[in-house]
Design a protein around this ligand. Structure first.
Ligand code: FPP
Ligand code: MG
Length: 304
């Protein structure tokens, strides 16, 4: 049986009954609410506009929602379907963002952004879905055109978080493959094998620097701090892993802490950044953070 629960954001903060639903480990999360139609006005990079007070569902797994009459509806939804087009535009943007001046560095930096080796894009997917869940309709007394512009601007900033997160993640994989002396990654030769350790390390550094530039362009120091902390955690987690003592190897707390640093921190801090950019309250931002954290480290909060 698929275990699941519906995590409803505080009604005071999100008035439109949006929910984040989580299923068994291995299943992607999805967002849902009461509306059944999905308007698809593509405005920002293929983003499916869902401003009918949250008429979106992320498909692929069966889920339950309560409708207005409190009866339970079962639907099959694909989590990737709402952001598929946006992800493909994001992939093109990433390819443009990692272009380097020196040919050798250029081919190293683009190595895992080439079509077919982009990976699952799990992080950008979750981040974009989180943005869809948290973006409240702009209700200020402004004309439709101004509201559209503000919504598009917010979505672009959140897409930027998805790009930054992916660049940081790929940078960490390049460095990890050097540390692990890996031979393959994503079904092809690891960059350290194809181009050598030195260029692989430099390509990782280059991706990080491009992520920093993109982060600075958001002009939000709190968001910069969140993503910088995530990078610090990646390094901390990797170091914890390589320096584990025999005693620490038997400690579940140590294991979970290491796993949080190495794997969960990046997605949880990115989810929080999405909430901050959306102008959500501290409470909702923390919920977004917890969502990302628990998505990766199931039950971590209750165990640590
Ligand atoms: C994969 O681990 C590696 C990571 C999730 C993070 C690695 C982090 C660093 C090397 C620190 C440097 C960070 C940056 C941002 C440059 P794994 O070896 O357990 O998994 P794998 O089988 O995918 O290699
Ligand atoms: Mg590895």
């Amino acid at each position: 049986m698929v275990s699941r629960f519906i995590y409803r954001f505080s009604r005071g903060s999100l008035k439109h009954c949006r929910s984040i639903v989580r299923c068994q480990p291995g299943h992607l999360p999805f967002l849902s609410n009461n509306c059944s139609s999905i308007p698809s006005t593509d405005r920002v990079w293929g983003y499916q506009e869902t401003n009918c007070l949250g008429s979106h569902a992320i498909h692929g797994i069966s889920y339950q929602v309560h409708n207005e009459r409190s009866s339970i509806i079962e639907e099959q939804v694909d989590p990737f379907s709402l952001v598929a087009e946006e992800l493909s535009i994001l992939a093109n943007r990433l390819r443009a963002m990692v272009v380097a001046e020196v040919p050798k560095l250029a081919s190293a930096a683009e190595y895992f952004f080439k079509m077919g080796v982009e990976g699952k894009r799990f992080r950008p997917t979750v981040i974009l879905l989180m943005a869809t869940a948290l973006n409240m309709p702009i209700t200020k007394s402004a004309s439709d055109g101004v509201i559209d512009t503000l919504s598009d601007e917010l979505r672009k900033r959140q897409q930027c978080i998805a790009e930054i997160t992916e660049m940081i993640y790929v940078a960490s994989l390049l460095h990890d493959d050097v540390l692990d002396d890996a031979e393959t990654r994503r079904g092809i030769g690891a960059l350290n094998v194809v181009m050598g350790n030195k260029i692989a390390v430099l390509a990782g550094d280059f991706l990080l620097s491009r992520a920093c530039v993109a982060l600075a362009s958001l002009e939000n120091t709190e968001v910069v701090s969140l993503l910088a902390t995530a990078v610090e955690h990646l390094v901390t987690g990797e170091t914890m892993q390589m320096s584990t003592t025999r005693e620490q190897r038997c400690s579940i707390e140590y294991y979970l802490q290491k796993t949080y640093y190495k794997t969960a921190s990046l997605i949880s801090n990115s989810c929080k950044a999405i909430a901050l950019l959306a102008g959500q309250t501290a409470e909702v931002s923390l919920l977004a953070y917890d969502y990302g954290r628990n998505l990766v480290c199931d039950h971590l909060c209750s165990l640590i």
